[in-house]
Write a protein that binds this ligand. Structure first.
Ligand code: G1P
Length: 295
C-alpha cells in the first residue's frame, strides 16, 4: 500500500477583487459570474469533488459573503419550489449542496498576493497535503485536471503543479516551469519562475492554476517576502520548498478558460453552451450567423 497521504482538502482563494472585469464585479464577486447557468466557482468545486476532495476551504474577503450563501440551503426558495411542485429545480439544488460540515470559510484581510491567501488557509488545512484551485480558471477535458493530478500525486508523493503550453510571447504573464525527466502524465520540475522577463522563460510550460502542495509550504509562506508585482508570490515559496521536496508537473491536455478575463469568460460560455444537449440546438445556428456578420 502506498504511504502517500490522501488529498482530502481543497483551498479556493476567492478574495480577488476582479478588477479585470469591472463594472460587473463592482457588486458581484467574479467567482459568481455565470458560465451558461452555473457560477464559475461551481465548475471549480465540481472539478475538486470529482477528484475525491472531501473538504472545501474558501479564502474569501469583504463583499464575498454571497459565495458562502451559495453553498448553503436557501430555505425560502426551496419552500417556494416545493409548494409549486418544481421537483427538477429542487433536486438540482440538492445535487450541488455540499455535505453539511464539509465547507470552511476564512478571510484574507488584505490583498497581499496569492501566497498570502494560501497562508491564510493554514489552520484549516493543518498538517496534510492539499489541493489548491485558482477559481478564475475553468477547465474542460475528459479526465478532470485535478483528478489526473491526484493520480500523479499518489504515484509520486511529490508536490504537483498542473502545466500547459503557451505561446512564448505570453510566458511573462504566468509562472513558468523548467522541464526535467518524464514521470507519469508529466515531468519532474527543474525550475520555477514567476512572471519571467520577456525572453528569459525556461520553457513555455505555464502554471495553469491547479496545485497539490505539502503542508511544509506554510512555514515558508509565513516569512515569504514580496516578489513580482510587489505581492507575496506562491511560486517564490514553492521554489524554496523545492530545495527539500520534489515537484512534478502534470501536463494537462484539455482546454482552459481564464474566466477572470473578458475573452476567456465569453469563450467559456460559448464552449460549455455548445456542449449542452438542451442548448446547442437553439444557439449553434444563431451563433454562426452572428460570427458571419463580422467576416
Ligand atoms: C497566478 C500564479 C501564476 C499562474 C497564474 C495562473 O498568477 O501566480 O504562477 O501562472 O496564476 O492563472 P496571477 O494570475 O494571480 O497573476
Amino acid at each position: 500500500m502506498s504511504s502517500v497521504r490522501k488529498v482530502r482538502k481543497a483551498v479556493f482563494p476567492v478574495a480577488g477583487l476582479g478588477t479585470r472585469f469591472l463594472p460587473a464585479t463592482k457588486a458581484v464577486p467574479k467567482e459568481m459570474l455565470t458560465v451558461v447557468d452555473k457560477p464559475v466557482i461551481q465548475y471549480v468545486v465540481d472539478e475538486a469533488l470529482d477528484a475525491g476532495i472531501e473538504h472545501l476551504i474558501f479564502v474569501t474577503g469583504r463583499s464575498k459573503a454571497v459565495i458562502e450563501d451559495y453553498f448553503d440551503i436557501q430555505v425560502e426558495l426551496e419552500q417556494t419550489l416545493r409548494q409549486r411542485n418544481k421537483t427538477a429545480e429542487l433536486s438540482l439544488l440538492e445535487s450541488i449542496l455540499p455535505v453539511a460540515g464539509s465547507t470552511s470559510f476564512t478571510r484574507q484581510q488584505e490583498p497581499l498576493g496569492l501566497g498570502h491567501a494560501v497562508w491564510c488557509a493554514r489552520e484549516l488545512v493543518g498538517d496534510e497535503p492539499f489541493a489548491l484551485l485558482l477559481p478564475d480558471m475553468i477547465m474542460k477535458s475528459d479526465k478532470g485536471c485535478m483528478k489526473g493530478m491526484v493520480e500523479l500525486h499518489s504515484e509520486s508523493g511529490a508536490n504537483i503543479i498542473a502545466v500547459e503550453e503557451c505561446a512564448p510571447d505570453q510566458a511573462h504573464k504566468y509562472g513558468i516551469v523548467g522541464v526535467g525527466e518524464a514521470i507519469g502524465e508529466g515531468f519532474r520540475i527543474t525550475r520555477m519562475v514567476e512572471k519571467p522577463a520577456p525572453g528569459t522563460a525556461p520553457s513555455n510550460f505555464f502554471i495553469n492554476g491547479r496545485y497539490i502542495l505539502q503542508p511544509e509550504i506554510f512555514p515558508i509562506l509565513a516569512t515569504q517576502e514580496r516578489g513580482a508585482g510587489n505581492e507575496i508570490q506562491l511560486t517564490d515559496a514553492m521554489v524554496k520548498l523545492s530545495g527539500t521536496q520534489p515537484f512534478a508537473a502534470y501536463h494537462f491536455r484539455g482546454e482552459t478558460y481564464d474566466c477572470g478575463a473578458k475573452d476567456g469568460f465569453i469563450l467559456a460560455n460559448v464552449a460549455f453552451a455548445l456542449e449542452r444537449a438542451d442548448i446547442r440546438p437553439v444557439v449553434e445556428e444563431p451563433l454562426r450567423k452572428i460570427v458571419s456578420r463580422f467576416k
